[in-house]
Design a protein around this ligand. Structure first.
Ligand code: FE2
Ligand code: FE2
Length: 302
């Protein structure tokens, strides 16, 4: 189905989901979550001392990558406009979503600045580099786009929530939980939009789910040393293959979108369904192997 036609058919659902979002989302203020009394002036010659920070390196990597992703908002906004257009409910949703996402970088950066939890010069240099690079995932169609963001908002919610727990600081955990709660509302908007699109064009949507699940990667382009940070993030338990399989793919692709139960798919979509189900099974095997190997590495010597 053409993007234009799918968008038109989805419009009543988009209106219903936006109304639900506006009724559910709570107003909150970034400055009320920041422990300002822990702040002090910065001496430009004082270098960041990682050893003085109580935060594990993997959690620091997660904070950096999470925040840089929030900072890349202008480019996400532009990509969403390119699929949805600026008009009607879609434009309204995108602008509201942008305003909400803006709060995330404000509150996380203020928290990190006051607590000096990461190297703020390195963070600012990375932000400049990433936003100047201006690259974000570019799903090839509207169907691909809504599948990708449904998965990505949930992945972001899980990463923020786990990061908050590992901070071992009630103020930091409150910041990350608050942001994660927003990401959850964004996720359910897109998750339910995809569910409706599956009713309208099941074959086209299954093909998009297959592509996006197999290609899925957290935003990374333009983030310096991304691979090193991704390994540290997986190692400390913020986000790994097991979380991706157990908390994203199974609950969303099977329990919500029920792709294993769809009827009357065209031949190509039937093949796409088989391919993506096999991929998710293989990912599960790999995830379990990685969890077991991590447990062996971190087990205390007897
Ligand atoms: Fe966000
Ligand atoms: Fe979000």
């Amino acid at each position: 189905m053409e993007d234009r036609d799918l968008l038109r058919e989805l419009e009543p659902t988009g209106e219903r989901l936006l109304a639900r979002h506006l009724a559910t989302a709570k107003e909150w203020f970034p400055h009320e979550y920041v422990p300002w009394s822990r702040g002090r002036d910065f001496d430009p010659d004082e270098a960041f001392d990682a050893d003085a920070s109580p935060i594990p390196a993997g959690v620091r990597s997660a904070l950096l990558v999470n925040l840089l992703t929030e900072d890349n908002l202008p480019h996400y906004y532009a990509t969403i406009v390119s699929h949805f257009g600026p008009e009607s409910v879609w434009g309204e949703w995108n602008r509201r979503w942008t305003a909400e996402e803006g709060r995330h970088s404000i509150v996380i950066r203020d928290y990190l600045t006051v607590t000096r939890s990461i190297d703020l010069r390195a963070l600012e240099r990375a932000r400049m580099k990433q936003v100047s690079t201006g690259v974000v995932p570019q799903p090839p169609s509207l169907a691909d786009g809504i599948v990708y963001v449904a998965l990505q908002e949930l992945a972001t919610r899980i990463a923020h929530r786990n990061t908050g727990k590992l901070l071992d600081d009630p103020a930091g955990e409150a910041v990350m939980s608050r942001v994660a709660a927003d990401e959850n509302l964004h996720h359910i908007f897109y998750r339910d939009l995809v569910a409706e699109a599956l009713e309208i064009d099941p074959s086209g949507m299954v093909a998009a789910i297959d592509r996006q699940v197999r290609d899925f990667a957290m935003p990374r382009v333009g983030i310096p040393d991304f691979s090193k940070h991704a390994r540290a993030i997986a190692e400390c338990g913020v986000y790994d293959f097991a979380a991706h399989h157990d908390r994203i793919l199974v609950p969303v692709v099977f329990n919500q979108w029920r792709i294993d139960q769809l009827q009357n798919l065209k031949a190509a979509a039937e093949q796409a369904r088989e391919r993506v189900i096999k991929y998710i099974e293989r990912l599960d095997v790999l995830a379990k192997r990685m969890v077991a190997s991590r447990a062996r590495r971190t087990a205390p010597a007897v």
